[in-house]
Design a protein around this ligand. Structure first.
Ligand code: ISE
Length: 337
């Protein structure tokens, strides 16, 4: 396409509002044409100052608004399936924030619906794939110089969790990022999940099983361990070390600037994901816009979203039972091979 891509942003909470600002200020060739949020005031606030942007409380009305060529879904997970099916009916390309859907059955219905169309329309927002350090690690592992990966040791820490966060969400809202990153970095599926949790941190809200240790087994015989700790107090940290047959590589140490003064040395730690992964989000949206303008779809697919949902479901079962739980994955359809 030659003109500017008009995007409808569904959901103007923290992530959606961040994407509205990003599209407006950081992305060339695109503009926000419509926003929708059940909270009309919040939608209005996100659209303030955006020329020609219409404001809606009903997502379907935003998709039908004038000038909408593509859709960015940033509403809560349970709203994704209906929004995606509506986008398919209107033939609108989509960038859908993770998780694709909260459950594997819903994600599989989305996969089947896209397959019936015979053409991909959706990129799923697993932004780690666009982070410079993750891209470097992926290139290193793909190059094969370190030999076969044996372990990924991952740490995923949030300063604090929102009030609505549940023990299950540590798995299906937070660790889902490591699930996708591990599948992508290793080029393997996750076959089984085990979840262990120590006595909760005193900083965790009453009843929240925080932190947890999530163990993922892969189809190629590697093991991925993830420490997920969403009330660590000190900041937002995402680290990953790949240990391979003849070497190891680590990302996420966050040593941007080191200050030495008064007999001490140190730096700062980002406080949340919109800061830690700001560049990755920019790159993700930019690549999506470029692809859509060229009539292509790239990046994580709804199959990747489904596979992550299937692993999350096994992870939540493992959290409840304490048992190693096998992942039940459908056969990958030809459209996603
Ligand atoms: C949140 O939804 C995210 O996607 C963040 O990247 C993650 O760190 C956080 O734990 C999730 O709740």
């Amino acid at each position: 396409m030659s003109g500017t891509l008009g995007i409808a942003v569904l959901g103007t909470g923290r992530m959606g509002a961040d994407h509205v600002r990003r599209i407006d200020r950081m992305i060339s060739g695109a503009r926000v044409a419509a926003v929708a949020d059940p909270d009309g005031d919040r939608a209005k606030e996100a659209a303030a100052g955006l020329e020609g942007c219409t404001v809606h409380t009903d997502p379907a009305a935003a998709l039908a608004a004038p000038g909408v060529d593509a859709v960015l879904i940033a509403s809560p997970g349970p709203a994704h399936e209906a929004a995606l099916l509506e986008c398919f009916a209107r033939d609108l390309p989509v960038l859908c924030e993770k998780p694709l859907t909260p459950d594997a059955a819903g994600a599989l219905r989305v996969v089947e619906a896209e397959q019936r169309r015979g053409r991909q329309l959706v990129q799923v927002g697993f932004m780690r794939r666009y982070d410079a350090e993750y891209e470097q690690l992926k290139a290193l592992l793909d190059g094969g110089g370190l030999g076969r990966p044996l372990f990924l040791h991952c740490r995923h820490r949030n300063a604090s969790s929102p009030s609505f966060f549940t023990s299950e969400m540590l798995v299906n809202d937070s660790v889902v990022h490591e699930v996708d990153a591990a599948r992508w970095l290793l080029g393997q599926e996750i076959t089984a999940v085990t979840v262990l949790s120590p006595r909760p941190s005193p900083a965790a809200p009453e009843g929240l099983r925080d932190p947890q240790l999530v163990l993922l087994e892969t189809s190629g015989g590697a093991i991925v361990d993830v420490e997920i700790f969403v009330n660590c107090g000190f900041g937002y940290q995402v680290q990953c070390e790949a240990v391979c047959a003849s070497g190891s590589a680590r990302i996420g140490d966050g040593h941007a600037m080191v200050v030495q003064s008064g007999g001490r040395w140190g730096g700062t730690i980002a406080q949340d994901y919109t800061v830690r992964f700001a560049d990755a989000y920019d790159r993700q949206v930019r690549r999506w816009v470029d692809a859509v303008r060229q009539g292509r779809v790239a990046g994580p697919s709804v199959w990747d979203g489904y596979a992550a949902a299937a692993v999350s479901e096994a992870g939540v079962a493992a959290l409840h039972t304490g048992a190693r739980t096998a992942v039940d994955l459908a056969e990958r359809p030809p459209l996603y091979r």
